[in-house]
Design a protein around this ligand. Structure first.
Ligand code: NAG
Ligand code: NAG
Ligand code: NAG
Ligand code: NAG
Ligand code: NAG
Ligand code: ZN
Length: 438
C-alpha cells in the first residue's frame, strides 16, 4: 500500500488517479441517485401494484376487429395503448375493463351489444394466461399472489340495462361488478353530464324513483355504483341514496379544468363523507382542458384533490383507449411509474401512494361487499319502469287476455268486430227486402 507521502511524491500519477476516482465516484453517485429514484418507484409499485379504474380496450377490439380476438396478439397490440406487455411494465395488477356500447344503441340493441362486450372481456381474460377474471375483492387479492392481471368487468352507461332490473341482475351473474349510471346520454331514470343526446330530458329529477331503485339493487347485489359521466345532480342524489361507498372511476378535478366530466370540490366533499373514491382520469382534455398536457398537469389534480379530501379518497382511472389525447410522458399503460415518480417528488408518502395505487379501491370494494352481506334478507327488486317513462318503440308489449266472459272466443275478437257484423246484417236485410219487393 502506498503511503500518502509517496503518492504525493509521484505527483502526476496522483492527479491522474484522483481525477479517475472523482469521475468514478461522481458517476457512481449520479447513477445511484438516478437509479434509486426510479428503483424506489418500481419497488413501491411491486409491493403495491396498481388497480386502475377504467380502460376501454374492449371498445377498441370492437372498433378495430369486430371483437375477433383471434386477429390480435394481446401481448403486443401496437395499434392501441394497452397490451399485456405494457400493463406488466406499468405495474398494473388489476384493470376495470369497461363494457361500453354507444348511446345510439339505447333504443335499439344495447343489451345485445353489452353482452357481446362482456363476452369479449371474458374471452380475453380466460384465453390469456396472464389475465384472470375476478369478481370479488378476495379474488383480486389472490390474483396478485399468482402474479396475474385481474380483470374486473364494468358496464359503462345505464342504457346497457334497458331499464330492466332482471337485465342488471343477469349482468351481475356474468361477472359485472360495477356500473356507471349514465354515459353521454340520459337514461329514462338518470341524467348525464353531457347534453350531446337530446333524449329522456329530466326535469329536476336527476335520479328518478326507478333510478334510486337501480342504486338500491346494485347495493343489494354488491355492484359498485360509478358516477363518472353522470350529471352532478345525479351524482349528488346517488351519493345520498347509496348505502355503500360509490366511485368516480375516471374523472378529474373541476377546479383545475372546468369540464363537465370533472368533479367540483363540493361534490368531492360529499364523496369523502360517503368514504367514496375518485379515480383520476389522465385524458389531456380533462386534465389541462386542452389537447396537450404532461405529467405535471396530472399530478396537479392529485395534489388538489388530496388538499380537498385527502389521499384516502383518491385512485387512478387512466381512461386509456377511451380517448385519444394523453399527456406527454403518460402515453400508454406502461407509463404509470412516471406519475408515481412525480408524486414522490412532490413529497407524497409511500403510504399515501400505496393507498392511491390499490388500498383505497380494495377498501371501497370490500365495503360494497359488506353492505351486500348486510342486505341478504332483502328480496330482489321487482320495480318496473312505466311504458310512458321508457317510450321505447323496440319494446314488445305483452298484454294479458281480457278477463271479460268465459267463452272460448279469442278475447280480442269481441267488441271491435261488432260494427262489421251489424253492417253485413243490414246489407243482407236490405238485399232481402229488395228481393221481396221484386
Ligand atoms: C410488435 O408488433 C409489431 C408489429 O405490429 C412489431 O413491429 C414489433 O416488433 C412487435 N414487438 C414485439 C416486442 O414483439
Ligand atoms: C327546476 O329547477 C329550476 C331551478 O331550480 C326551477 O326554475 C324550475 O322551475 C324547476 N322545474 C320544475 C319542473 O320543477
Ligand atoms: C357525513 O355527513 C353526515 C351529515 O352531515 C354526518 O352525520 C356524518 O357523520 C358524515 N360522515 C362522514 C364519514 O364524514
Ligand atoms: C408541463 O407543461 C408546463 C407548461 O404547460 C410546464 O410549465 C411544465 O414544466 C411541464 N412539466 C413537465 C414535467 O414537463
Ligand atoms: C419536499 O420536502 C422537502 C423536505 O422537507 C422540501 O425541501 C421540499 O420543498 C418539498 N417539496 C415539495 C414539492 O413540497
Ligand atoms: Zn368514459
Amino acid at each position: 500500500m502506498l503511503s500518502r507521502k509517496s503518492v504525493i511524491s509521484a505527483s502526476s500519477g496522483f492527479w491522474m488517479k484522483s481525477f479517475g476516482h472523482l469521475v468514478v465516484l461522481s458517476s457512481l453517485s449520479f447513477l445511484a441517485s438516478g437509479y434509486s429514484e426510479r428503483d424506489r418507484v418500481h419497488d413501491l409499485m411491486s409491493r403495491f401494484p396498481l388497480i386502475d379504474g377504467h380502460n376501454d380496450l374492449a371498445l377498441q377490439l370492437r372498433i378495430l376487429h369486430n371483437n375477433r380476438l383471434s386477429q390480435v396478439d394481446l401481448y403486443n397490440f401496437s395499434k392501441v395503448s394497452t397490451d399485456i406487455t405494457r400493463l406488466q411494465a406499468g405495474h398494473v395488477q388489476a384493470q376495470m375493463f369497461a363494457v361500453y356500447v354507444m348511446c345510439g344503441a339505447q333504443e335499439k340493441d344495447a343489451v345485445r351489444l353489452t353482452l357481446e362486450q362482456i363476452d369479449v372481456v371474458r374471452r380475453m381474460c380466460t384465453e390469456y394466461q396472464d389475465f384472470e377474471l375476478v369478481t370479488s375483492a378476495q379474488e383480486l387479492r389472490n390474483s396478485e399472489m399468482r402474479h396475474k392481471i385481474a380483470c374486473l368487468i364494468s358496464v359503462e352507461g345505464g342504457h346497457s340495462i334497458d331499464s330492466s332490473m332482471p337485465a342488471l341482475r343477469m349482468f351481475y351473474q356474468l361477472g359485472v361488478r360495477s356500473m356507471s349510471l349514465t354515459h353521454t346520454c340520459n337514461t329514462p331514470w338518470a341524467e348525464s353530464s353531457s347534453k350531446r343526446y337530446n333524449v329522456y330530458q329530466r326535469q329536476n329529477n336527476s335520479l328518478t324513483p326507478f333510478g334510486k331503485a337501480v342504486v338500491e339493487e346494485m347495493n343489494r347485489m354488491g355492484m359498485i355504483v360509478d358516477l363518472s359521466h353522470t350529471s352532478w345532480d345525479t351524482a349528488s342524489a346517488a351519493l345520498k341514496h347509496s348505502k355503500a361507498p360509490v366511485i368516480f372511476s375516471h374523472s378529474s378535478s373541476f377546479s383545475l379544468c372546468s369540464h363537465g366530466r370533472n368533479v367540483p370540490d363540493w361534490l368531492l366533499l360529499d364523496l369523502k363523507n360517503k368514504s367514496g373514491l375518485i379515480m383520476v382520469n389522465m385524458h389531456s382534455n380533462f386534465v389541462s382542458c386542452s389537447d396537450k398536457a404532461n405529467v405535471s398537469h396530472v399530478a396537479d389534480h392529485f395534489d388538489h384533490i388530496k388538499k380537498v379530501i385527502g389521499a384516502e379518497s383518491i385512485g387512478i382511472g387512466g381512461d386509456f383507449e377511451g380517448a385519444v389525447n394523453f399527456p406527454q410522458g403518460l402515453e400508454d399503460v406502461s407509463k404509470y411509474p412516471a406519475l408515481i415518480q412525480e408524486l414522490l417528488r412532490r413529497n407524497w408518502t409511500e403510504n399515501e401512494l400505496a393507498d392511491v395505487l390499490r388500498n383505497n379501491f380494495l377498501r371501497v370494494f370490500e365495503e360494497v361487499e359488506r353492505v351486500r352481506d348486510q342486505l341478504t334478507s332483502t328480496r330482489p327488486s321487482e320495480v318496473q319502469i312505466s311504458l310512458e317513462e321508457v317510450q321505447n318503440p323496440c319494446r314488445l308489449v305483452l298484454r294479458p287476455p281480457s278477463p271479460r266472459g268465459s267463452s272460448h272466443q279469442n278475447p280480442s275478437s269481441g267488441d271491435q268486430h261488432e260494427p262489421k257484423v251489424l253492417l253485413i246484417l243490414t246489407i243482407v236485410l236490405m238485399l232481402s227486402s229488395l228481393l221481396m219487393i221484386e
